[in-house]
Design a protein around this ligand. Structure first.
Ligand SMILES: [Zn+2]
Length: 170
């Protein structure tokens, strides 16, 4: 727990003094903000992907170029969800299970700006840790593995932070 209370994330600086700041808000006369990392667009306080709109706006003065909160979390390795996969069955079916996790994560990430993988950390032969930018994605990936391979699934939320640990084992 203490490890996570010490976490610093620059994306939250604006909240420090209780001010309502929105660093992504396009300036007067601009149509949207665009993330130079993942090409996500920001309009009406919402992040989304739209290839057509991106192609129309990119490189023009109609957009404000920013780094979106998700790309920031990935760059600064600031997970809001951690999924741990472990067990003898996992060890024996590791490639199959990881292929499922990566495929499902890629499917979600293609349509949801907020839900992406940060990194996959090998934790020895029978264990693997998957860090995600959102609670939702860690839970979803845990449920995906559970649906495909059964086993045990457990969720533990942090009370202090917006953060979940998901454990799957078999
Ligand atoms: Zn981005």
């Amino acid at each position: 727990m203490s490890r996570f209370q010490e976490r610093k994330w620059s994306g939250e600086k604006g909240k420090k003094f209780g001010r309502v700041t929105d660093p992504y808000l396009p300036t007067e006369g601009q149509e949207a903000a665009v993330c130079t990392g993942c090409q996500a667009l920001y309009q009406n306080k919402r992040w989304f992907f739209d290839d057509q709109l991106y192609r129309r706006l990119a490189g023009t003065d109609k957009v404000k170029e920013v780094i979106c909160p998700t790309c920031r979390k990935i760059k600064e390795q600031y997970p809001e969800g951690i999924l741990t996969l472990k067990g003898d069955f996992f060890q024996q079916h590791r490639e199959e299970i990881m292929a499922l996790v990566e495929k499902e994560a890629a499917r979600i990430a293609a349509k949801s700006v907020q839900d992406r993988l940060i990194r996959i950390i090998p934790g020895g032969k029978d264990r693997l840790v998957v860090e995600t930018t959102s609670e939702k994605l860690a839970q979803h990936l845990g449920r995906t593995v559970y649906r495909a391979f059964k086993g045990d699934l457990d969720f533990r939320w942090s009370e202090m932070n917006k953060f979940v640990r998901v454990y799957w084992s078999r």
